[in-house]
Design a protein around this ligand. Structure first.
Ligand code: GLN
Length: 312
C-alpha cells in the first residue's frame, strides 16, 4: 500500500536516499568554476504538501544555487508582468530537444524554442528588465522568497563566477539582440539572468516553492500569494514538456510530473494540487541533470503513483 501517514513519508524519503546514496556516477559541473566546489556527496530530499507540511531526508538544508530551476519561476513572473501574448511573441513553448546552452533558435520565428533553455531564459530576463527596470531582480527575489516562505539570498561568489566566465551566454544574448528578441542591452538581461541563477536555496526551499506552484500560486504554509493562477498553469505545462532539456521526453514518459533541473544539482518536481518535491545531489549526467535526482524521482514516482497518466 502507498504511504499516507506523515512518518511514512519521512521513512520513504530516507529509504530512497539509502537506495541511491551509493550511486557515484556523474560529474559535478565545473564550467562555472565556483560550482566545482560543491560537495559531491551531498544528497538531500524534501517533499512539501499543499497542506503546509514538509518532509525531508539527508542534506535537505544544504545550500546550493537554484540555477536553471529559476527559469520556471521567471517565466511564470513574466507571464504576469508582461502578459501572455507579449511573452509568447518573444519565446516559444515547443520542446527543442537541444542542450540547455544550445545556440539555436526556431528558424520559423527566430525566437528561442522555449523559456527553459538558456536562450529562452535570457529572453525572459530581458523582458522582465524591460518591464521592471532596475527593480527586476528585487521583484524576482521577493516572489521566489514568498514562494519559499523565507527570505532567500544571493550567492555572490557564484554570481561573480558566472558573470566572469559566461561567454557562451553572452554570445546567445547578442544573437537575441540581433534577432529583436531582446530590447534591453545584453548586459542588462545577462546580469538579471546570472543573478536569478545564483539565488541560494536548499532542497527544503525548493520543495516549498514547488508546493506553492502545486497550490495555484499561494504558499500553503504562509498564505502568501507568490504567483498568478493562470501563469502557474502555463508554467507547469512548459516544465512538463521542456523542463529537463533534451531529457524532457524521457522524463515525461517515466516520471510524468512537471519538473525543472539546474546544473548545481537540484531538481524540482510538482504534483499539481498535491506536492512539491525536490532533490539535491550535485553529480550530473551528460545532459546536465542530477544522476541521483533522476533515480530518486523514478523511485518516488513508482512508490507514490505520481505519474500524471497512472491508472492504478
Ligand atoms: N547559469 C547556468 C548557465 O547559464 C544555468 C544552466 C543550468 O542550470 N542548466 O549556464
Amino acid at each position: 500500500s502507498r504511504p499516507d501517514q506523515p512518518h511514512e513519508f519521512e521513512t520513504l524519503l530516507e529509504s530512497v536516499r539509502l537506495m541511491h546514496c551509493d550511486n557515484h556516477a556523474g560529474e559535478v559541473a565545473s564550467y562555472i568554476p565556483e560550482l566545482s566546489k560543491a560537495s559531491p556527496e551531498h544528497f538531500g530530499l524534501a517533499m512539501a504538501t499543499i497542506g503546509g507540511k514538509l518532509y525531508t531526508a539527508g542534506d535537505a538544508e544544504a545550500p546550493f544555487t537554484i540555477q536553471s530551476i529559476s527559469k520556471a519561476f521567471t517565466f511564470c513572473l513574466a507571464l504576469e508582468v508582461a502578459g501572455h501574448s507579449a511573452v509568447l511573441a518573444r519565446v516559444g513553448v515547443e520542446p527543442s530537444g537541444d542542450a540547455f546552452n544550445a545556440i539555436f533558435f526556431n528558424p520559423a520565428t527566430n525566437r528561442p524554442y522555449n523559456p527553459m533553455v538558456n536562450a529562452g531564459a535570457i529572453t525572459i530576463a530581458g523582458l522582465l528588465c524591460e518591464e521592471l527596470g532596475s527593480g527586476a531582480f528585487d521583484f524576482v527575489m521577493d516572489r521566489l522568497s514568498a514562494a519559499a516562505g523565507r527570505r532567500l539570498t544571493l550567492d555572490d561568489a557564484v554570481y561573480r563566477s558566472e558573470s566572469e566566465t559566461g561567454h557562451r551566454n553572452r554570445a546567445i544574448a547578442y544573437l537575441l539582440l540581433a534577432n529583436g528578441a531582446l530590447t534591453v542591452s545584453p548586459d542588462e538581461a545577462l546580469d538579471l539572468y546570472y543573478r536569478q541563477c545564483s539565488i541560494s536555496v536548499t532542497a527544503s526551499d525548493l520543495a516549498r516553492m514547488g508546493a506553492t506552484l502545486a497550490n495555484m500560486g499561494e504558499n500553503p504554509a504562509t498564505g502568501a500569494e507568490a504567483f498568478e493562477l493562470r501563469a502557474v498553469r502555463n508554467t507547469q505545462a512548459v516544465m512538463f514538456t521542456c523542463g529537463m532539456y533534451d531529457y524532457a521526453g524521457h522524463w515525461a514518459y517515466d516520471i510524468g510530473v512537471p519538473a525543472k533541473s539546474g546544473v548545481a544539482g537540484g531538481i524540482l518536481g510538482v504534483v499539481n494540487r498535491q506536492l512539491g518535491i525536490a532533490t539535491y545531489s550535485p553529480r550530473l549526467d551528460v545532459k546536465g541533470n542530477s544522476v541521483r535526482g533522476i533515480a530518486s524521482f523514478e523511485t518516488l514516482a513508482d512508490e507514490l503513483g505520481l505519474h500524471a497518466f497512472d491508472c492504478t
